[in-house]
Write a protein that binds this ligand. Structure first.
Ligand code: HEM
Length: 206
């Protein structure tokens, strides 16, 4: 879980970084150029297979872990106060992950499928920025993205430091630094992504 989690953490940095080109306010020109490179470069296309495999594996691993945890304690504790020794979001990783999965199915149907159909049929140059404008013109879509991003935030907040712990990196001195980095990462990624539908919907950018 730690390894696939790390991989997905890296993916989000690249995804948010490329998409942030829309804030250059050049009518999506830079964003479309980088997007075009990413979708036509065979090394990136190859890595994309790894990305989807990583996503599926991460979800399956999560499901197995959840089942193992349940099987390890079939009878509930007589007295259990989980809020005393863990956060609500660390105990809700499965629910948060499921919400993200539902978001991803909608998200890939909205953006990825159309762009790949255009790529393989080659009938027209695909303008991802125009597509973003169309998708985010709907208020309910913007709301759906914001709720999903809130789930992503809590999932990352626990997942980031948990990935390090999986690799045995639990240290008096370094663990607080890792936790702080995880908090910073989760905040920056979430705000950056959230600004995209908001900026387009409310026409803060062209
Ligand atoms: C809210 C802001 C977001 C915007 C505007 C956005 C936009 C896009 C676009 C335009 C594509 C299609 C790229 C292409 O066809 O070449 C895409 C693909 C994808 N997005 Fe997002 N995305 C956002 C957030 C997210 C989040 C939060 C996740 C993960 C939790 C995510 C995961 C993916 C995946 C897995 C793909 C398919 C693989 C790829 O093309 O790289 N996206 N996104």
């Amino acid at each position: 879980m730690g390894f696939t989690g790390f991989f997905l953490i890296m993916f989000l940095i690249i995804h948010a970084g490329i998409n942030a080109c829309i804030f250059l306010n050049d009518n999506g020109e830079t964003f479309n150029t980088v997007g075009h490179f990413m979708s036509h470069n065979w090394i990136v296309r190859f890595l994309e297979i790894g990305l989807f495999a990583g996503l599926i594996l991460h979800a399956i691993q999560g499901l197995i872990l959840w089942k193992q945890n349940r099987a390890a304690r079939p009878v509930n504790y007589y007295s259990n106060k989980p809020q005393k020794n863990s956060t609500w979001y660390s105990r809700s990783m499965g629910i948060l992950g499921t919400l993200i999965l539902i978001f991803l199915i909608i998200h890939i149907a909205q953006f990825y499928v159309g762009s790949r159909v255009a790529l393989y049929s080659g009938d027209r140059p695909h303008d991802l920025y125009i597509e973003m404008k169309e998708v985010f013109s709907e208020g309910w879509v913007v709301a759906l993205y914001l709720v999903s991003l809130a789930s992503l935030f809590w999932h990352l907040l626990h997942g980031f430091q948990s990935a390090f712990q999986t690799f045995g990196l639990n240290h008096k001195k370094y663990t607080p630094i890792i936790k702080a980095a995880g908090t910073g990462y989760s905040i920056i990624i979430t705000i950056l992504f959230a600004l995209m539908p908001l900026a387009i919907h409310f026409k803060w950018i062209n």
